[in-house]
Design a protein around this ligand. Structure first.
Ligand code: PBG
Length: 324
């Protein structure tokens, strides 16, 4: 028998030894739970392509948030389905907009929860694009003012962190300036810095009723094959004052996530998006995979690649398992 000094299996022998040498650990504080707030009362409508995820009216949202807090969730991110939509997304920055009202209600009912607000226009525009549209094009600079007003209204309602996701050039700088001028220099910005034009957002567009009426988002979201360009996007947002840099989607862009982690010394976030969630759910419902195992393996891979913060529809389930 050949001499064999190194035997990696020695450290895999028991569960206790494996835990001793484990390199990556998920913690409840890593997770952010996305929630979709809709008009009405007592509304709890399941998204057909995202089993376990609901459109919730504000009263139901506050219940959900307090239940999530009890499980160990410490951060949420809010998306809104407004009563009405228009070309200029007025619902996005209305003082009594759906998300603004939800933020105030949650601040009261679960004061300790970290409240993040997605800052975008697509849920509020009649055409479903993330900015102002003219002649079939999304106009960058005119959208900045609306995005900044949206962030300001979210901050004044009590959001701890605003999260611009429209992929307009200069949006982080415009938001930072407007927040600072209004005295909200303590409101943090989590930039969706690297957001790809992805097929994995399909179920979200059902959940947020935000599918574009014409065309797609390829003229503002990033082209999936590009990674160097992602560094440019991250660099710009960092320079404009982003406190946290996000990569989205997560699992099919782990290489990009790792690059962002290595280059920028601000916290890194990754969004495990609706389609990534739906794939696991659907296969599990068919009995083809073990849902808990695949969920934890997936979330661990995102952390191992460098995410400090993971936005996921599985936040509650993952935290429950971690606490077992
Ligand atoms: C808003 C926004 C989207 C998502 C987060 N913010 C949709 C999009 O860009 O079309 C996707 C989240 C998910 O798929 O879970 N612009």
């Amino acid at each position: 028998m050949p001499e064999m000094i190194h035997r990696p299996r020695r450290l895999r022998r028991t569960g206790a030894i494996r835990a001793l040498v484990r390199e990556t650990r998920l913690a409840p504080e890593n997770f952010v739970l996305p929630l979709f707030v809709c008009p009405g009362t007592n509304v709890r409508r399941e998204i057909s392509s995202m089993p376990g995820v609901y459109n919730l009216s504000i009263d139901e949202t506050t219940n959900e948030v307090s239940a999530a807090y009890d499980v160990g969730v410490r951060s949420i991110i809010l998306f809104g389905l407004p009563e009405t939509k228009d070309a200029m997304a007025s619902g996005a920055h209305a003082e009594d907009g759906i998300v603004q009202r939800a933020i105030r209600a949650i601040r009261k009912s679960t004061p300790e929860m970290i409240i993040m607000a997605d800052t975008c226009l697509c849920e509020y525009t009649s055409h479903g694009h993330c900015g102002v549209v003219r002649d079939g094009e999304v106009i960058n600079d005119e959208s900045l003012e609306l995005l900044a007003l949206t962030a300001l209204s979210q901050a004044s309602a009590g959001a701890d962190i605003v999260a611009p996701s429209a992929m307009m050039d200069g949006q982080v700088g415009a938001i930072r300036e407007m927040l600072d001028n209004a005295g909200f220099e303590q409101t943090a910005i989590m930039a969706y810095a690297v957001k790809y034009a992805s097929g994995f957002y399909g179920p979200f567009r059902e959940a947020a009723q935000s599918a574009p009426e014409f065309g797609d988002r390829r003229a503002y979201q990033m082209d999936p094959p590009n990674a160097r360009e992602a560094m440019r996007e991250a660099e710009l947002d960092y320079g404009e004052g982003a406190d946290i840099l996000m990569v989205k989607p997560a699992t099919v862009y782990l290489d990009v996530l790792k690059m962002v982690r290595e280059r920028f010394d601000v916290p890194t976030a990754a969004y495990h998006v609706s389609g990534e969630y739906a794939l696991i759910k659907a296969a599990a419902q068919k009995g083809w995979i073990d849902e808990e195992r695949v969920m934890m393996e997936t979330l661990t891979s995102i952390k191992r690649a460098g995410a400090d913060i993971i936005l996921t529809y599985y936040a509650r389930e993952a935290i429950k398992l971690l606490k077992k």
